[in-house]
Design a protein around this ligand. Structure first.
Ligand code: ADP
Ligand code: MG
Length: 292
């Protein structure tokens, strides 16, 4: 590769809001055949909103939301922010929390107002021996709508289901179609439930969905795709995405994402929009054509 054409390519990228860290990243991007997109904050806007509160029999809606918001108060997860804002909008102040535990990729455990709260995925509640059967139909219905169900248990008993929904970024579907037109396989990866993931995948038309992936397993999924002989780009924004960005042949961080993700990435997409992925790959292909 001539240094000059790489310099020109890198310069054109910068003009388009695509920061390319190395000549190698620009060169590797033209060989990509698979793009893995993180869901939350990459495909979606990453600003979720509380949409539903469904208490189990015998529990008041406000009581459920108040206790759950208490459990989420010190969590840094975007879902927690949505639940706290939702409670605030209804004039509910979260009670003080006793001990608090964050279970990565699953939810939170906390003592609120003297009650033991568990808030998160069905797996989190199942693992703790809570009978989730009464909550399953509601959770399934919410998932089919593309919402993320948040299950709650109070003192070991199923207490209800909340739902949080995130909007798709405006150009996510168009970017997926463009990538497919360039011949790439597009995969969505998420810690969210399979049903929710599939509902969102159907809206933007990805080829493959990897759901219920724990944060520490995202990098393994990238390696598994590489073992299939694929050359893989990973696009993500979160702290959790950093190992997967590093494992990918080309890691692309969303510019609005965390510093940790940006540091782990080979390419940063300043605009935060997925059309940057398309532009980066086109640019790499054009650059490599000029070199040969
Ligand atoms: P993503 O891959 O979408 O960024 P995470 O790996 O952070 O998701 O979390 C996976 C799932 O765990 C979430 O979709 C949610 O169901 C659950 N979860 C994680 N943290 C919390 C929390 N603080 N409160 C409720 N649920 C949570
Ligand atoms: Mg994420």
């Amino acid at each position: 590769a001539t240094p000059l054409s790489v310099m020109v390519g890198t310069g054109k990228g910068a003009q388009a809001g695509i920061l390319i860290r190395s000549a190698e990243a620009l060169e590797t991007a033209h060989k990509l055949d698979t793009v893995v997109l993180d869901k939350t904050g990459t495909i979606t806007a990453g600003a979720p909103v509380l949409t539903d509160v469904h208490p189990a029999d015998g529990i008041e809606e406000d009581t459920l939301l108040r206790l759950v918001s208490g459990a989420e108060e010190t969590s840094e997860h975007p879902l927690a922010g949505a639940i706290l804002a939702g409670a605030r909008d209804r004039g509910l102040a979260p009670p003080a929390v006793g001990d608090f535990d964050s279970i990565t990729g699953k939810g939170v455990r906390a003592t609120v107002d003297g009650h033991a709260l568990l808030v998160g995925t069905a797996r989190l509640l199942d693992d703790a021996g809570v009978d989730t059967a009464p909550l399953t139909p509601v959770a399934a219905e919410l998932s089919v709508q593309g919402k993320t169900p948040v299950l709650a248990a109070i003192d070991g008993r199923p207490a209800g289901v909340l739902a949080v929904a995130d909007t798709l970024k405006e150009d996510s579907a168009a970017a997926v179609a463009d990538l497919q037109r360039l011949g790439l396989t597009v995969v969505m990866i998420t810690g969210d439930s399979t049903r929710t993931a599939q509902a969102i995948a159907a809206r933007i038309g990805v080829d493959r969905v990897l759901a219920e992936v724990l944060p520490e397993h995202k990098a393994n999924e990238i390696r598994r795709l590489q073992d299939e002989g694929r050359t893989v780009a990973m696009v993500g924004d979160g702290i959790n995405d950093a190992p997967a960005l590093a494992a990918a042949d080309v890691g692309m961080a969303i510019g609005t994402g965390t510093d940790v993700a940006i540091e782990a990435a080979d390419i940063t997409l300043i605009s935060g929009s997925l059309s940057g992925v398309v532009t980066a790959i086109r640019l790499s292909r054009a650059t490599m054509r000029n070199i040969r």
